[in-house]
Design a protein. Structure first.
Length: 322
């Protein structure tokens, strides 16, 4: 089965073009199932106590071969029950189920197994939480929270402006390159999940902040081995996603914001403010790079929540029943 998993992951990488993170997550889910299968067979052969004793002494264990074609639906159900007993959340178990489903479907499509044991596996119901957002006044407060005299002030202001103006993921921001940015047209080309590229508009204020940074600070950060990434560290290297998180949190603290502010919060705010100001949901989907409109639709619930809050606060009869 491990050989089959290797072939499947290669398919995800070469034919489907899915991201490294997706490949790794899928591999871990599938190999976790194989490990459980092997342990179950060892317990049957040796007994649980003997296995624990052998593991404690570091003794070599008998080789257990797992065959994909021998996996039954009961095996999968038993494994998922094991995952639940271990305390895995519904969201984590759903990832495992999806990995098993696409793997066995692929195996059956290539006639490597006679039937798909995962076909009828139910997906766990995952409770959906509304994303947090900042309102427009909070965004202004955050953007104005970059001290002008602070080190890398121009860069940090440009980072915040671009995150909010274009709704970029942190990974997209750190990998943004000069040749993909057209300030005259106000467009940036980014590569998102699944190595899919899209064009995203850059607003006037973000363009101004970027131009100021590119003309001022960035030339001073360039070193011999500096690449064409837009945002650079003091050593001339590409910023990491961890560093972007630190920058955003430092600025939020300086701005005196008591709520938890993180980079993806600006992406959520970008989408919610577009929707609240009348943007079409399909356009927002395109701007965010969502493959499925259902992912984008969660922002309609956020907007409805905001409308209810405003109605409750300002309508003269909203509190009449209290």
């Amino acid at each position: 089965m491990l050989n089959d998993i290797d072939s499947f992951i290669l398919h995800l990488a070469t034919e489907r073009g899915l991201s490294d993170n997706y490949q790794l997550s899928t591999r871990l889910s599938l190999e976790g199932f194989v490990t459980w299968l092997q342990r179950r067979e060892l317990i049957k052969a040796m007994g649980a106590e003997a296995l624990q004793e052998a593991l404690a002494k570091g003794e070599a264990l008998p080789e257990v071969r797992t065959e994909t074609r021998e996996v039954k639906r009961d095996d999968l159900s038993e494994y998922l029950a094991h995952c639940k007993r271990r305390g895995l959340s519904a969201a984590s178990i759903k990832l495992v189920v999806v990995a098993l489903k696409i793997f066995f479907r692929w195996m059956q499509a290539r006639l490597r197994i006679p039937a798909d044991p995962a076909e009828l596996l139910p997906l766990p119901r995952v409770e959906r939480y509304l994303p947090e957002t900042l309102n427009e006044l909070q965004i202004e407060r955050l953007l104005d929270g970059v001290p002008e005299a602070a080190p890398h002030a121009l860069r940090n202001r440009a980072i915040l402006e671009l995150l909010y103006a274009s709704g970029l993921r942190v990974s997209e921001l750190v990998n943004a390159r000069l040749e993909l940015l057209d300030l005259d047209q106000g467009i940036i080309r980014v590569t998102g999940k699944g190595n899919k590229t899209r064009l995203v508009p850059v607003g006037k204020k973000a363009r101004k902040a970027l131009q100021t940074y590119l003309d001022g600070e960035r030339p001073e950060q360039v070193r011999k081995k500096t690449g064409s990434e837009i945002f650079l560290s003091a050593r001339g290297t590409k910023l990491t996603t961890t560093r972007i998180w630190q920058i955003v949190k430092e600025i939020a603290k300086t701005a005196g914001m008591e709520i938890n502010v993180y980079p993806h919060l600006l992406r959520h705010s970008f989408a919610t403010h577009l929707l609240g100001n009348g943007a079409d949901l399909r356009i927002i989907q395109e701007l965010l790079g969502h493959a499925d409109i259902a992912t984008t639709q969660i922002y309609t619930h956020v907007d409805q929540q905001r409308l209810k809050s405003i109605h409750y606060q300002f309508h003269p009869r909203a509190k009449a029943r209290e």
